[in-house]
Design a binder for this molecule. Structure first.
Ligand SMILES: Nc1ncnc2c1ncn2[C@@H]1O[C@H](COP(=O)(O)OP(=O)(O)OP(=O)(O)O)[C@@H](O)[C@H]1O
Length: 304
């Protein structure tokens, strides 16, 4: 369990994180979302004891993280895939870490196999790795101590589509094993099929901490598309029942405020022929854009 309580970090005049509180439970993949500069990396660094909070606390399993306590065996993290000695091979890098954390060398081979860095790839110097390969090595490093809590900062960056699918599958498997998996991203599209819980922040403050499903429901209300030869007459009936009706074309209405089921009943009662009745569910992307619109650091013209 990760617990962040009234966490604040100030850098001079900049407040990177402001009175942030949330919990991340085991057994789930929790996405940590926010626009660029929202304070995700700063929060993760405070959780890992790399940055001291100005106020509040960030604990993992009830304790503040101390790098040398149980270290990699308790918490595995990938913060910056480029933060690795370029002159070493992946295997040498992992073996050094394993030795200093009293992890058997056999575990190095297991994690190399887990992330697909086997054969020639494991023997190559990391300096020649693509970003995607470095991400795989970073994930292997996080997994090395078989930890119960895993933190990943933008782990999907630089991965090809096959790599993205692989990471999603891995994260879900790790969560299914009962681990706490906390994954940051500034893209909702990356989290949509990866996480089942979300913590969303903007300008260092909490916007939402809930399931993906609940988050999606916060977006624009679902719109129902209705197609009928008597669009005008049906619009009148629907409006009298409190629906907001927007004519789309001669036969089509876009309706909010009344469910598709209710529209079907009303059409039946009043003898309308329906050629189409479809609900367009609010997209997660739309909910994310709407809720974070005020906290985007460098908004473009049409995002507000
Ligand atoms: N060491 C630092 N000194 C001064 N300001 C900092 C420092 N680290 C972060 N900041 C500022 O704090 C804010 C939050 O930054 P942070 O990197 O935590 O955001 P983020 O959500 O991880 O963004 P991104 O998605 O761009 O990585 C930003 O305004 C950033 O400029």
């Amino acid at each position: 369990m990760i617990e962040v309580d009234e966490l604040t970090k100030r850098y001079g005049p900049t407040t990177a994180v402001r009175e942030l509180s949330f919990t991340v439970r085991p057994g789930h993949v929790t996405g940590f979302l926010g626009p660029n500069g929202a304070g995700k990396t700063t929060t993760l660094r405070m959780l890992l004891g790399l940055v001291a909070p100005t106020g509040g606390s960030a604990t993992i399993s009830g304790h503040t993280f101390r790098r040398h306590a149980r270290g990699l065996r308790h918490v595995g993290a990938l913060l910056d895939a480029n933060d690795v000695h370029g002159g070493r091979t992946a295997r040498a890098h992992l073996r050094t870490l394993a030795r200093s954390n009293r992890i058997p060398a056999s575990r190095v081979e297991e994690v190399l196999a887990e992330v697909g860095l086997t054969g020639a790839a494991a023997r190559r110097r990391v300096g020649g790795y693509s970003l995607g390969m470095k991400q795989r090595l970073g994930i292997a490093t996080a997994l090395l101590g078989d930890p119960s809590v895993l933190l990943f900062d933008e782990p999907l960056n630089g991965l090809d589509p096959e790599g993205v699918l692989w990471v999603r599958d891995l994260f879900r498997r790790l969560a299914a094993e009962g681990r706490t998996v906390f994954v940051s991203s500034h893209l909702m599209s990356e989290m949509e099929n990866t996480a089942d819980q979300l913590v969303v922040i903007g300008k260092g403050e909490l916007i939402a901490a809930e399931s993906l499903t609940d988050f999606a429901a916060r977006g624009t209300a679902p719109t129902v598309t209705v197609r009928t030869p008597d669009a005008g007459a049906l619009a009148t009936v629907l409006a009298s029942k409190g629906a907001v009706v927007a004519p789309y074309d001669e036969e089509t209405l876009k309706v909010t405020g009344v469910s598709a089921g209710r529209i079907g009943e009303l059409a039946h009662e009043h003898g309308f022929l329906l050629r189409e009745l479809a609900t367009e569910h609010a997209s997660l992307e739309a909910a994310f854009m709407e809720l974070t619109a005020d906290s985007v650091e460098y908004p473009t013209g049409d995002s507000r």
